[in-house]
Each structure stands twice: as C-alpha cells, then as structure tokens.
Write a new protein. Structure first.
Ligand SMILES: Nc1nc2c(ncn2[C@@H]2O[C@H](COP(=O)(O)OP(=O)(O)OP(=O)(O)O)[C@@H](O)[C@H]2O)c(=O)[nH]1
Ligand SMILES: [Mg+2]
Length: 607
C-alpha cells in the first residue's frame, strides 16, 4: 500500500465515520518498492506531508531503517529534510485548496460539511505545525543534552521517586507555608484586572497620587473605565489596547495567608500566558461577566470562560471560586445571578470540579462590592455570604510534597549587580522537596550544575525553602550558560534529576475540537511552564474513563470525549515526569490552532 493510499484510507475511514460520505482527494498513487513500502509509510504518516518521499528514504538510510530514529531525525532536523514551500505537488489537491471556501478556522465537523471543506480540512491538517521556528533551540538543546548525557540515566526514567528524610536542622524550623497562589482567569474583558486593581487600592497598596494619575491618563486616552485595570496592566500596549497580555503578579496579606494573585490574560491569543500562570496556582478565581451577551460570548463554545475552567482543572486545580461580575450593570439582579449559577455550576461539575469545591458569589469589581469587604448595598441584601478575600483567607491549603526530592520551577535567570541578591540569580517557586543553602543541584533539561550561595524567601534571607515558597537564589553555576536557560527549567535534587526525554506515553482526554485527532497530529504541549512542539506518534487504545478498561485497540482517530492511551514525541529533549511521581510536572495540555484539544497525564517515559 502506498503512502497516499495509506493516508487516504485513514482519513476516508474518519470521514465515513463522521460524515457518512467519501472524500475525493484528487491525489494519485505513487508506486513504491514493496519491501520498503510499509516502513516508509509508517514514518511518513507520523511526520506528516511536510516531507517528500525521497527525504523519508534518505532519513531512513541514515539510521539503518530504524523507524523511530528516522522519525526523530526528520523532526529534529526538519530544515534539512522538510520540503521547500512551493506549489502543491498534485494539481487537484492544489485546486481543492484554492476553491474551498475561505474560513478563519477549520470547518466544523458536521454532517453538512461540504466535500470541499472536508478536503481543505485534511490538507491543512497535515501541515498544521511548522517546526522551523524551534529549529535553533532544538539543535542547541539537543547538543547540550548530548554533551551532558552522563547526567541522564534512561534506566531510571520510570522508577518510583522515593520520599527522602528531611534534614533534622531543617525539620525543627519548618513552618507551613502560608502562600496561596490564585490564578484570576476568565473571558476577555470580564473584569479580572479591574477586580485585582480595585482590591489593591482598597488594601492601601496603591498611592492616592498614582490612582489620580491613572484616572487622568486613562480618561485622556478615552479608557477611563480601565483606571483600576491599569494597576495591573503596566505595559503601554496593554493600556492602549485595554487588554492584559502577560500575567500580572501581586502579593497581598490577609489575616491568615500570603495571597499571590496571578492576573491572567483573557484574550484567546494569550492563552499560553494564562497556562503559565495557572501552572503555579492552588486555586482559580474565575471572573464571569454577568451582562447579557458578554456572558454568552464567554460561556459558549470557543469562549474562554469554559476554556479557562477546563485548563485549570486539567492542570490539577481542584477548587474554583466563580465571581459573577458587573452585577451593577444588571441592577444587582438575583434572578440574573441565579440564572448564571444554574449554567456555570453544572458545567464545572461536568468537567470534574466537586460540588464542595465550587464557590460562586455576586460581585462588582468596579464598584468593589464583595471583593475586599462584604457589600452593604441594600440591593444586594439577598446575598449574605463572604467576600472574595474572606473566601481566600479561609481557604484550606493542601499539604505539599515536602518529602520528595527537590523540584523548583525556575521562571527567570538573571545577573544582578544591585540589591541584596547579587550575582547569578534564579527566581521561581519550590514545587516539591526542600531547597537548602549550600547544596548542589542540577538544572534540567540543560544539565547545568548550581550550588546555592544564598536563599531569599519573600525577600528575606533564609537557610532553606519549602514547597509553595517564592524564592530568589544566588547561585554559583557550572556548565550553565544563561543562554541555555529555558523558561520552565527545573532545579532538581542532585541524586534524582528529572528525566529528559523526547518520547512518552500518556492517557489523554479529547476535548471539543473541530475534527477528530489522528496519528501524526501536531500540537503544542504544555508541561508546567514548558511549551513544546510535539507529534502524536501512536494511538494505542481508547479507555473507559471510570475503570481504565480498554475499549478499542489501535483506533484510527480520537473524537470529543474519548479517553485514550497515546504515544507522544517532542521536537526537542524535554524535562518530564511521570504523573505518579510529581503530578504538576506530569500533566500535559495539548493545543493546536489556538484551541485546547486535549489534556492528559504522563504514564511512561520511553526515550
Ligand atoms: N460596570 C462594570 N464594569 C466593569 C466591572 N469590572 C470591569 N469592568 C469593565 O470591564 C472592562 C474590562 O475590564 P478589565 O479589568 O480590563 O478586564 P479583564 O478581564 O482584565 O480583561 P483581559 O485581561 O484583557 O482579559 C473595563 O472597561 C472595566 O471598567 C464591573 O464590575 N462593572
Ligand atoms: Mg486583564
């Protein structure tokens, strides 16, 4: 069977299943040597049609026809092998692209989808991710990892990571961290930054003069309603557009907690930044716009109210606070609040939040009702529950992984010449284990060595840090070059470095996407703060969610709602963990075409 026939069959089946109709590709068959046919097809189906047949054969020749090695080579060295951009190979398929109706997004998978649209879907799909922009990084990192491969022991990749004793001098002085990380998320313009900005003003953390300045300047810009949002949106572009782009971080103190507020962007173009914020959070504060129309835009398919809630749950957040915002515009209507609750609460339960972990309350971020203090407004007399700050203050923190070997997510590396921390500095958050001054650690995936000269926890000098602590470290580094640092690198216990791999198996759940997922699917995967281009190299079987029972072996495609065991290959060596060892670093989110298509957990690290 030739490559084209093979691909055609695969997609035919998918379409027959979905549409009950055939698809005409206008693609002719190539005759291939029968002995090598199957191998070439297998590689080609996985890497997609960015490659010509002769490139596949060339790559196979270089690695003695070992399929996995050829796939690896083609992806890592895509520039050398991928075909040059130019006219489509076959006349008919090119015409199909031209004549198909233009759409911003891929066509929806419905029975009504036309043949032309179906063709367009197939043709676009196989070219979906261009690996070129990652080429340099991938080459650099591959070389570094190769050089430092003595630190990477593949035989230990799937070992259970044991708990290790806490040093006695540390144990006696450990106090439970009071830090609570809250990601403030929700659809664009729902009022997240305004809420956080107003809260900081109410807490006296913003000077009166500064607030006057924001009021004056935002009004001059015709954006007076954004004055509180300006407390969080500090960049000129954010203020001019009235849109948050990067996660804004502010720390506040309540009676019992240090609350770290991570004000995420709601715009769909910046979902990756939102994911970075969510990866660090203990709880989600989902801000929902109660105004008619705006609520629907966020809550309907494609809106970020649903997407953010799903992402937070997929990333391990179990508790969610829903702030039904802008109720001032809706005249503080209890009916409106009840209506929104009646839609949002069942949805949250459906995506995996337990009823007891969902709190919903009416607020106005702009007016400040039920944010810092309970509202005294008579119109809101029907609600007598706590304010957001009261809810956060009473939040029960789950015990952290203190006995596991250290994992600290590094979110910046810089040289500092001023302040208390001078020299090469890492800042980030301890996820698991104890970090001790004077100890030596390893930074994965680049395998740099770092000895800790000084530890600062919340700007105070300390001898150690525990899970949940926000730290700045002054380090003495060996085999570590700032240029090799990647956002999301992990500082690890010297004896238990994180596996650095390119291939793993995962159990994934498929979300609502325009079409089914098939083998060869290219997507961006998010693991903690790491973002990486990947290919779905195998679909082993679908599973029953509740029991893990195998439903269908080797399915051709995965549809919305399917659970499946799959194999995923990363475009460069990546630090990954088994979910059972470190849940945060073993969870994955798959995104394609600016949509979250699936989430899952890493089950086995292969290579
Ligand atoms: N009437 C009213 N308007 C509000 C309220 N909260 C926010 N707004 C308005 O909603 C608009 C958007 O507010 P932002 O705080 O920037 O919204 P956001 O959710 O942070 O937006 P992104 O970060 O870009 O997703 C501004 O004009 C705010 O004044 C509210 O409680 N009542
Ligand atoms: Mg904002």
């Amino acid at each position: 069977m030739s490559r084209h026939r093979n691909l055609k069959n695969m997609i035919d089946e998918a379409y027959e299943e979905e549409y009950g109709q055939d698809v005409d590709y206008g693609i002719e068959e190539d005759e291939l040597h029968p002995d090598d046919n199957e191998i070439v097809n297998e590689v080609w189906d996985t890497v997609g049609n960015n490659y010509e047949k002769h490139s596949i054969i060339e790559a196979l020749d270089e690695v003695d026809w070992v399929v996995d090695d050829a796939i690896n080579l083609l992806l890592v060295e895509s520039k050398r092998f991928a075909k040059k951009k130019g006219p489509a190979k076959k006349k008919d398929s090119k015409d199909a692209i031209k004549t198909a109706p233009k759409k911003d997004n891929l066509p929806t998978m419905s029975k009504e989808t036309s043949k032309e649209e179906a063709k367009e879907t197939v043709l676009k799909k196989k070219d979906s991710t261009d690996l070129t922009p990652f080429r340099k990084e991938s080459e650099d990192l591959s070389a570094i990892v190769k050089e430092n491969s003595k630190f990477i022991d593949k035989s230990k990749f799937n070992n259970i990571i044991p708990e290790i004793p806490i040093p006695p001098k540390v144990e006696s002085s450990i106090k439970e961290s009071k830090n609570l990380y809250v990601v403030v998320c929700g659809h664009v313009d729902s009022g997240k930054s305004t809420l956080v900005g107003h809260l900081l003003v109410d807490l006296g953390m913003v000077q009166k003069q500064t607030m006057h300045k924001f009021e004056k300047e935002s009004t001059e810009m015709g954006k007076g309603s954004f004055k509180y949002a300006w407390v969080m949106d500090e960049r000129t572009e954010e203020r001019q557009r009235g849109v948050t782009i990067e996660v804004g971080i502010k720390q506040i103190e309540t009676k019992n907690k240090n609350v770290i507020l991570l004000d995420a962007p709601g715009h769909q173009d910046y979902v990756s930044n939102m994911i970075g914020g969510t990866a660090q959070a203990d709880v989600a504060l989902l801000v929902v716009d109660s105004i008619s129309g705006a609520f629907d835009a966020g809550f309907n398919r494609g809106g970020q109210t649903q997407e953010h809630a799903i992402l937070a749950r997929s990333m391990g957040i179990e508790s969610i606070i829903v702030a039904v915002n802008k109720l001032d515009v809706m005249h503080w209507s209890k009916d409106r609040f009840d209506y929104i609750s009646s839609l949002v609460t069942p949805f949250l339960e459906e995506i995996g939040y337990k009823q007891e972990n969902i709190t919903i309350l009416p607020i106005s971020g702009l007016q400040g009702d039920n944010v810092f203090q309970r509202s005294k407004r008579p119109d809101l007399g029907w609600y007598d529950g706590p304010s957001i700050i009261e809810i956060l203050d009473g939040f029960k923190l789950t015990p952290k992984n203190i006995k596991k070997p250290l994992r600290m997510v590094v979110n910046s590396v810089y040289q500092s010449t001023t302040g208390q921390a001078k020299g090469l500095c890492f800042s980030g958050k301890v996820e698991a284990g104890i970090l001790e001054k004077g100890s030596k650690y390893i930074v994965m995936p680049s395998c740099g060595q770092a000895t800790i000269k000084d530890v600062f926890v919340d700007d105070q000098k300390a001898n150690f840090a525990i899970p949940g602590d926000n730290v700045v470290l002054v380090v003495q580094a060996k085999e570590f070059d700032i240029a090799n640092f990647r956002y999301g690198s992990i500082l690890c216990h010297w004896d238990f470095p994180m596996p650095v791999a390119v291939k793993f198996t995962a159990d994934i759940e498929v979300f609502d996407f325009e079409r089914p997922l098939i083998r060869g699917e290219r997507s961006m995967i998010f693991i903690g703060l790491t973002k990486i281009s990947t290919v779905l190299t195998k679909i082993h079987h679908t599973l029953k969610k509740e029991t893990g029972e195998i439903l269908k072996k080797n399915p051709k495609l995965l549809k919305k709602g399917d659970f499946a065991s799959v194999e995923i290959m990363c475009e460069r060596p990546t630090a990954v963990e088994l979910f059972k060892n470190y849940p945060l670093l073993g969870r994955i989110i798959l995104r394609e075409k600016e949509k979250t298509i699936a989430s899952g957990i890493i089950k086995e690290i292969l290579d």
